[in-house]
Design a binder for this molecule. Structure first.
Ligand code: SF4
Ligand code: SF4
Length: 360
């Protein structure tokens, strides 16, 4: 039976964080001691500073590195493939502070795309995952516009190389199907993971990157990523299936009855605008056509970097008068363009019915 560890931590230097990590590593000391190569897999979604809480905090990474050295002599690597920002890895490492946290502690930084992709069970992942004996998965607690929450299972999606992640949106535009596919992908690599979750400063609202930081003050760890996700989901006050990757695990028979989840007394997280809507089944089709949030390019702040165009999984963005232009008929509202734009030049236009039904 896996063991669940959870702690209240006022900040990243709180002794209870070190204690949690030490206790977790101690419970897995044989796995750590027998590994010769270990990958640290933080959430490095985009080039945003730690106070935005989009990425795993560099001091969280420092705490893990400092503790792991006491349990293993393995070579430690750190790597991720940052969402649609895959062309700007160095900038992501610099701005998030995670690059420095790794370098100053002798951890080698690797790029997911530098390793051959491997095809398995219809999915593509970086062979970096095969090169290492263990993956220490370091997710950030965030609400997510598509999957409800992004936690440990979703964080492993970063081992899908480069643009292939965007291809998931093309192939699976429904959020439930996307969550199910990410869970299925996770099952290929899940056995290799140990998971330590950063919820000290979390991200709420229109996550994974356009929400706001919130001080939650929790950290949690478990070698069962699905169990950890469900435990944290309960600590946050949501139903088990709110996180769509967990919903798929539950649908496939995952039994969470072993979980003994401590009371967290944390603030209730603001959910993404896309999840604040209930539509009865019989009205769904009709209403769905009237209720939408469409991305729109704002020419004034646009610096014409075309990252939005590159990130669009369905080629809905063309160039008109040198600016990107969104073809509304092709757009599947995945918000990848909104997520990737660093100039706040992709706005979200809400339909009249959406405005009536969903408080902003
Ligand atoms: S909308 Fe944003 S991402 Fe797209 S070209 Fe303009 S600045 Fe770049
Ligand atoms: S235009 Fe933006 S929201 Fe629409 S499909 Fe492309 S990336 Fe997604």
């Amino acid at each position: 039976m896996p063991e669940l560890f959870a702690a209240r931590c006022e900040n990243y230097h709180d002794g209870s964080l070190k204690e949690l990590i030490d206790n977790y590593f101690c419970s897995e000391k044989d796995r750590l001691a027998s590994a010769s190569k270990i990958l640290l897999k933080p959430n490095l979604l985009s080039a945003t500073p730690p106070e935005r809480a989009v990425t795993t905090h560099p001091d969280f990474v420092r705490a893990v590195i400092s503790s792991i050295r006491e349990f293993t002599s393995a070579e430690i690597l750190l790597g991720d493939s940052p969402g649609a920002n895959f062309g700007k890895y160095e900038k992501v490492l610099e701005v998030t502070g995670v690059g420095r946290a790794a370098e100053e502690n002798g951890v080698k930084i690797v790029r997911v795309e530098a390793f051959e992709p491997v095809q398995k069970d219809g999915f593509l992942y970086s062979s970096l995952a095969d090169e290492v004996d263990l993956i220490i998965n370091l997710p950030k607690i965030k609400t997510h516009s598509l999957t409800g929450l992004t936690l440990a299972v979703k964080n492993m999606f970063g081992l899908v190389p480069g643009n292939t992640k965007v291809g998931f949106h093309r192939s699976y535009p429904s959020d439930k199907v996307l969550g199910a596919k990410i869970f299925q992908y996770f099952t290929i690599l899940g056995h290799k993971t140990m998971n330590i979750m950063d919820g000290i400063l979390a991200h709420e609202g229109d996550g994974p990157s356009r929400g706001t930081p919130v001080e939650l003050g929790i950290a949690a760890a478990c070698s069962d990523a699905v169990g950890l996700d469900i435990a944290v989901t309960r600590m946050l006050g949501f139903r088990d299936g709110f996180c769509l990757t967990s919903l798929e695990a539950l649908n496939q028979g995952y039994d969470p009855s072993w979980l003994d989840v401590p009371k967290a007394n944390v603030p209730v997280l603001k959910v993404p605008m896309s999840k604040r809507l209930f539509v009865p089944d019989f009205l769904k089709k009709f209403v769905a056509e009237q209720v939408y949030v469409k991305p729109v390019i704002l020419n004034e702040p646009c610096i014409k970097c075309m990252l939005c165009k590159k990130s669009c999984p369905v080629d809905a963005i063309t160039i008109v008068d040198s600016y990107p232009f969104i073809n509304k008929n092709k757009c599947i509202e995945c918000y990848c363009c909104h997520e990737v734009c660093e100039s706040d030049a992709v706005g979200l236009n809400r339909s009249w019915l959406h405005k009536r039904m969903v408080k902003s």
